[in-house]
Design a protein around this ligand. Sequence first.
Ligand code: AMP
Length: 126
Amino acid sequence: MIYSTGNMNAEQKDSDCIFCKIASGEMPTELLYQDEDVVVFRDIKPLTPVHLLVVTKEHIHSLAEMSDDETPLIGKMVKAANKVAKDLGIAESGYRLTINSGADAGQVVFHLHMHLMGGRHLDWKH
Ligand code: AMP
């Protein structure tokens, strides 16, 4: 299903952020899921047969910079990821959720997001 994006106010959005542009609809992108807090779309350079990004609508720089008040968003991201994994039929075969926080973890887009990866066996150590 393709969802249309909702409006976001100026405080929630960083005008230079690619994920803000996708979440706000400024950059048209097929969304596999959206609700008031989260959007899910395909990673542009997939590393696995299923490689999606679960992205907050609110611009949060990184996991390390989440405020205590924002931490409930993590549960909402996991809930959205689980729903999409079920919709795509990989909930039973298995999938991985990953958040890269900061340069050492390989974060390159500084807007909070979770990778949902699956569709094949994933090695644990890499
Ligand atoms: P990270 O290393 O955790 O910051 O991951 C950022 C991810 O965003 C990478 O896997 C990129 O391939 C992906 N990405 C960057 N720009 C886009 C885009 N416009 N649409 C979809 N995925 C993107």
